[in-house]
Design a protein around this ligand. Structure first.
Ligand code: CP
Ligand code: NVA
Length: 312
């Protein structure tokens, strides 16, 4: 059985912790390796990307692997070739698929039908590589997670759902402030709470930000929601992360944003470019964390070569 990373809970709690420590070490040593020597990984992207594509391409090459970038437009997927056929064919040529797409079920089908690892590079439901990287950004500054209050301000979107998973494994308090009707996925919220996450859901951004050590936000209209962007600008107007809101936060508060950002909407230029912001470190950490994810999947101890064996 190939090992997949479709959501944070594909890791055991101990593995998630080890991954944080390992990613910190990978960053400190600028880790290069031949871990992926002779292996080819396909990046199959149905949505735009700058950070995810580049950080995976650079990371895979630093570990000795080859990369092929494909979109549904330039493959037969755009002409409705079934996913299960695609997965089985990919499994004969390459050693893994990093997928950015819409429905989480697409990943499930690729993972179930193929015999090679599948990594979630963002779906409508989750963005696990990003949130694990964000955990690294927090962990390297403040390893004492139990004392931390982390606020999520804005849409209960894919990022918010993955933050709920992170809150199951890492002992911080997660306060989410979202407009009514824009809550995170109810099943993920319930599972996170049942799994021990310390989560507070509110419709008041001031309540969520009060004394918070980290404040997180994301675009109000995610990829695929462009037609609703104008309506969302009205609904989310009072959820902007600006200096007035941050005045309520902990004095050493830092601001996270997975990027790309819409300045003047979910975050002001002043905040994004100011002392609060750690978004550039956050973006860099995609590279280090994803190397740790690739190591978790491909290291010999966890994943013998026989488990995924393309023809070549
Ligand atoms: N944060 C993030 O996933 O960025 P890209 O859409 O540029 O990959
Ligand atoms: N929620 C955003 C994240 C982009 C990295 C989206 O899905 O478009």
């Amino acid at each position: 059985m190939a090992r997949h990373f479709l959501q944070i809970t594909d890791l055991k709690r101990s593995e998630a912790w080890n991954m944080l420590t390992r990613a910190k070490e990978i960053k400190a040593t600028k880790w290069k390796s031949s871990l992926l020597g002779g292996k080819t990984i396909v990046l199959l992207f149905e949505k735009a990307s700058t950070r995810t594509r580049l950080s995976f391409e650079v990371g895979i090459r630093a570990l000795g692997g080859n990369v092929i970038f494909l979109t549904s437009r330039d493959s037969q997927l755009g002409r409705n070739e079934p996913l299960r056929d695609t997965a089985r064919v990919f499994s004969r040529y390459v050693h893994g698929i990093v997928v950015r797409t819409f429905a989480q079920e697409i990943l499930d089908e690729l993972a179930n039908a193929g015999s090679i690892p599948v990594i979630n590079a963002l779906t409508d439901l989750h963005h696990p590589c990003q949130v694990m990287s964000d955990m690294l950004t927090i962990f390297e500054r403040t390893p004492d997670l139990p004392d931390l209050k982390i606020a999520w301000i804005g849409d209960g979107n894919n990022m918010a759902n993955s933050w709920l998973h992170a809150a199951m494994y890492f002992p911080f308090a997660l306060h989410l402030a979202v407009p009514e009707g824009y809550e995170p996925d109810p099943d993920i919220l319930q599972n996170a709470r049942e799994g021990g996450a310390n989560v507070v859901l509110t419709h008041d951004p001031r309540e969520a930000v009060a004394d918070a050590h980290y404040v997180n936000t994301d675009v109000w209209a995610s990829m695929g929601q462009e037609a609703d962007a104008e309506h969302r600008r009205e609904v989310f107007a009072s959820f902007q992360v600006n200096s007035r809101l941050l005045a309520l936060a902990h004095p050493q508060c830092k601001v996270l944003h997975c990027l790309p950002a819409k300045r003047g909407e979910e975050i002001t230029e002043e905040v994004l470019e100011g002392d609060f912001s750690i978004v550039w470190d956050q973006a860099e950490n995609r590279l280090h964390m994803q190397k740790a994810i690739l190591e978790w999947i491909y290291s010999e101890t966890h994943h013998p070569a026989t488990e995924a064996s393309p023809a070549e």
